[in-house]
Each structure stands twice: as C-alpha cells, then as structure tokens.
Design a protein around this ligand. Sequence first.
Ligand SMILES: Cc1cc2nc3c(=O)[nH]c(=O)nc-3n(C[C@H](O)[C@H](O)[C@H](O)COP(=O)(O)O)c2cc1C
Length: 259
Amino acid sequence: MQHSTSYILLFAAAVCAVCSVFVSGASVLLEERQQANVELDRQKKVLVVAGLMEEGESLSRVEVAKRFETNIVPVIVDLETGVVLEGVDASSFDQRKAAKDPEASHPAPTNAAKVQRLPNQGQVFQVVTDGRLQSIIIPISGAGLWSTLYGYIAIDADLETIDGITFYEHGETPGLGGEVDNPRWKALWKGRKAFDKRGKPVIAVKKGMAGPPETDPYNVDGLSGATITSRGVGNLVRFWLGQDGFGPYLDTQRAGGST
Ligand SMILES: Cc1cc2nc3c(=O)[nH]c(=O)nc-3n(C[C@H](O)[C@H](O)[C@H](O)COP(=O)(O)O)c2cc1C
C-alpha cells in the first residue's frame, strides 16, 4: 500500500512530537537527580582534597555526607576584611550564585585569572579532625584555554603548605588541559609552598618540569601540550590566595583567627 506524501510528513511529525515529549519529560524529571549527582561529585572532590577519601574510592551517598558532616566545617568569610561571619547559614551558601548576583557581588579588578565578578562573601571549608584544624579548603576558579575551571585548593593549617588541589568542573581538552584531573599531576602539588616569606602567593605552574618540593617549593610541573591551561591554573590559584580573593581571610587566620 502506498501512502501519500502528506501522510508520510504528518506521520513523521507526529513521531517527532511524541519523542520530543519523552525526551523533554525525562530531562525535567531527571534534573533534580542530576543536580544531586553534581553536588555529590563536588563533595567527594572536597573530601579527596581534604585527605578524607582516597581518589577513586567508592563511597555511598550516606558515607560521603557522614564524612563531610563529621570533619568539614563550612564558614562564610567577608572577602574584603577576611572576617568570618557569624549567624549565616554556611552550608547552603552558593558562592558561584553569589558572584552572579549584582546585590551580592561587585566587578573584580582586572586580573590574569580573568575573574569577572567577586562575591562579597566567600565560602571556605575548615577541615577539623579530633578538634584540631588540619587544613583550609579554598574555592578557586578562572580561565584556562577553552573554559573556566572550578575547583578547590587545600592549604595546610600552617597556612603555607599546599595539601592538595582538585577541579570539579572545566571544559579543557581531554589528554591536554584536561590532565588537570590526572591524579599524578595533582599529587605534584602536595607539599609545595603557596606563599613566599611575606605571605604573597607565588606558587606557579612552570613550563616543563619542576624540581622536588624540598628544592623547588614554589613550582609545579606544567602539563605538556597545554601551556595555556597550565598558566591559567597558576594564575587562578594565585588570584584566589591573593588580596582580591581569600588573602585577607588567610591573614586573619595567621594573626590568630577572627573566631
Ligand atoms: C584540538 C586542540 C586542543 C587543545 N587543547 C588545549 C588545552 O586544553 N589546553 C591548552 O593549554 N592547550 C591546548 N591546545 C594547545 C594550544 O593550542 C597551545 O598550542 C598550547 O597550549 C601550547 O602549549 P605547549 O607550548 O606546551 O605546546 C590544544 C590544541 C589543539 C589543536
């Protein structure tokens, strides 16, 4: 049996309409779960950089939440003064959202990390085990080659040594700039010094190889074939550890803490 052209077109349109309802319905229904998974992944990255979870370790959602709640104290910081703010719900604070809110942010001064807006308040995670501060986890973000990279750097309680770095979102090329996720490269950061003797952030990702932390404490190996991403990572780390980022907060901590 032969169908007319208009019948075929109408049939095809009807199939498309039905399929698009299914696809958009699935997208809407799964959005909440996707958000939850993104948040879970971010929490896992924080736990890894805090040294509270092994890279690639398989943990249930409940265990991740438990480790997070037991050892990690989120605090909200006034970025300009570095003072820790009391009476603010630190756990639900969204720094990225704040940076986009004109009421809660302001334009950033021109900077190498290409950060456009600065939130008035930032969220750091204090890692506390057995009542002792182990490290401070600071959110970092800035330009790579293709994308803005988002992640965290953990600074040891000595407020000088890097304990770890991680990125939870970026769009750099897998195998090139995407090697920021390579555990072997991330391990190179541990034990390096972020600041010079005067507290200025000087840690850099150099082109080529750095020496061991004992002899070359302020440099990390560059990613081969990805000089722009490498340079971007150095820029963004120094930006957020500097005076326009969390520098004032780190200064208050060096002076004995604001709380
Ligand atoms: C398809 C493609 C993807 C690339 N992705 C990246 C990247 O993610 N990060 C990066 O720094 N360079 C990337 N590059 C290389 C840059 O264009 C540039 O050549 C490089 O950063 C220079 O690094 P090198 O001096 O180590 O070779 C890419 C190049 C091509 C052709």
